[in-house]
Design a protein around this ligand. Structure first.
Ligand code: SF4
Ligand code: SF4
Length: 347
């Protein structure tokens, strides 16, 4: 890792040059919510001016750049001589600018499963390798609890990471690609004053977190509280809509569907993101459903986050972004569910 600084003006020039030559995606305002607050999403940008550099949180995570809601795994073409299968892993190089630390940490968790796991996912790997990531520090929102999960800081999984230290950005450079791209722009060595400002800013950002949850020993607690009434309490509220998993930066469960065109000349194998909260998620051939109750489905989602993933990778799958609560029509708040399990809400 290299540490440098870049003035705000030079960063603007750097990003403008990147946008000219690459498909670049960054946070922009796409709408407003009921309280007239802006809703941000990562979209393709054509100029630096379009970017909302001080955005709060994107409604969906950047997961969908790597795991789209729907994708064709392969297509088939039939003719009189037989059939041909086409598989396309190709992804054009692209840049994501303004990614938050928790979302980069979410990608690192997906990498564990989809790049380094027993069944590497070539589509994910192609997208990950062809995406240049520029991260950006930010003030946490009142409901962010990433600090409790140690995901408010990031040390790899990106090309460049920026922290605003007043007139310039403190810059972590983490790839040779980034180093080469920066050759055409003026960057500076870190001075004593920059180091001080960086540490001060990091401390300030860390002090702004308002939402906390204690996840110490959570994996064991999940087992101990397997029959807890907490699952019934929150499961009864759950509408089994699956929205939480769609916006979650680390949920990767999917289903596969085979479609044959009525002409019988073409077919496709389509992968779709799915959610363990959906009613038929655990239904098997013959119609038996292993988790017909919403309370069980909700419980297993939390089990995957804080028990199963911990067993495999020694860390929770959740990064504490709280997108799931924002998207949930029943206002199910993961912090409250976990506090209930710890019996912290009992007076
Ligand atoms: S807070 Fe919710 S949306 Fe965010 S990582 Fe955890 S489970 Fe997923
Ligand atoms: S978004 Fe809320 S209601 Fe919908 S499945 Fe998730 S927890 Fe249940």
């Amino acid at each position: 890792m290299l540490f440098k600084t870049i003035t705000k003006e030079n960063l603007r020039t750097f990003i403008t040059n990147i946008i000219k030559e690459n498909q670049t995606f960054a946070p922009v305002v796409v709408s407003t919510d009921a309280d007239n607050n802006p809703i941000y999403q990562f979209k393709k940008v054509d100029s630096f001016e379009e970017i909302k550099i001080n955005y709060t949180k994107s409604y969906s995570s950047i997961k969908n750049f790597f795991l789209p809601y729907k994708e064709d795994l392969s297509t088939f073409h039939f003719n009189e001589n037989g059939w041909e299968q086409k598989i396309n892993y190709r992804v054009n190089p692209r840049v994501l600018f303004g990614v938050r630390a928790c979302d980069i940490n979410a990608l690192i968790k997906l990498d564990q499963v989809l790049m380094k796991g027993s069944f590497p996912h070539p589509y994910y790997i192609a997208r990950r390798k062809n995406t240049f990531i520029i991260g950006l520090d930010h003030e946490p929102m009142a409901d962010c609890f990433c600090q409790s999960l140690d995901t408010n800081e990031v040390v790899h999984g990106f090309d460049i990471f920026l922290t605003d230290i007043g007139p310039k950005y403190f810059m972590l450079i983490n790839s040779s690609k980034a180093f080469n791209l920066l050759k055409n722009i003026t960057i500076e060595e870190v001075k004593e004053e920059d180091r001080e400002n960086y540490i001060k800013e990091k401390n300030r950002l860390a002090s702004l977190f308002k939402s906390h949850v204690d996840v110490t020993g959570m994996a064991n607690l999940m087992d101990i509280e397997f029959e807890s009434s907490v699952w019934q309490k929150w499961g009864d509220k759950c509408l089994s809509c699956g929205s939480c998993a769609m916006v979650c930066p680390t949920c990767y469960c999917y289903t596969v569907c085979e479609k044959i065109n009525l002409s019988l000349k073409t077919a496709s194998k389509e992968k779709m993101l799915y959610s363990c909260n959906l009613i038929d998620f655990a239904e098997v051939a013959g119609g038996h459903n292993f988790r017909p109750k919403s309370s069980d489905r909700l419980k297993y989602r939390y089990y995957h986050q804080h028990r199963g993933f911990v067993e495999s990778f020694d860390e929770s799958k959740c990064v504490g972004c709280n997108r799931c609560q924002k998207a949930c029509p029943a206002d199910i708040n993961p912090v409250e569910v976990l506090r209930d399990l710890r019996k912290e809400n009992i007076k």
